[in-house]
Design a protein around this ligand. Structure first.
Ligand code: NI
Length: 159
């Protein structure tokens, strides 16, 4: 296992579309393990493979410590009409925060590391993380969608 370098927003790779995983190979398993180490080191709530330079549809979400969700080829299958407007950040955009408008609850369908399809539903922060990480797979950053970014004073208050 290894800690990988997290790519930041200046790099155009973050704007590329990631390709589906066709087969769960040892290389994909290694990627999942390395992404887990990288996410934990960075103390983030989620990480997409593109953020470590791999254009594959692989995402990790961990909004509760110890509850790591590995998502391979994830898709949002349903989203609530109820919305939330809360704070969001990104490991690829350090020291910035913004308010986004996202569904309050989303259900995601994805494959696990055994190649089995499953569904998982999250609300609040977990729903934001699902939406945010899945956007990364299509080259979208939350700053594209933010209603507004927090100014320095507001960021200090959050620290
Ligand atoms: Ni991000």
């Amino acid at each position: 296992m290894a800690i990988l370098k997290i790519i930041t927003k200046e790099d155009d790779i973050l704007r590329k579309h990631s390709r589906p995983v066709e087969e769960i190979t040892p290389r994909i398993l290694r990627l999942l393990d390395d992404m887990k180490d990288t996410l934990h080191k960075a103390q983030g709530a989620g990480l997409a493979a593109v953020q470590v330079g791999v254009l594959r549809r692989v995402v990790l979400v961990e909004t509760e410590p110890g509850e790591l969700i590995e998502l391979i080829n994830p898709e949002i299958v349903s989203a609530s009409e109820e919305r939330q407007q809360e704070m969001e950040g990104c490991l690829s955009i350090p020291d910035e925060w913004g308010i986004t408008d996202r569904p309050m609850t989303v259900t995601v369908r994805a494959m696990n590391r055994k190649g089995e399809w499953f569904e998982t539903t999250g609300s609040g922060l977990k729903a934001r993380a699902f939406c945010h990480e899945l956007d990364h797979l299509d080259g979208i950053l939350y700053t594209d969608k933010a209603i507004r970014m927090l100014d320095d004073e507001e960021v200090e208050e959050e620290d």
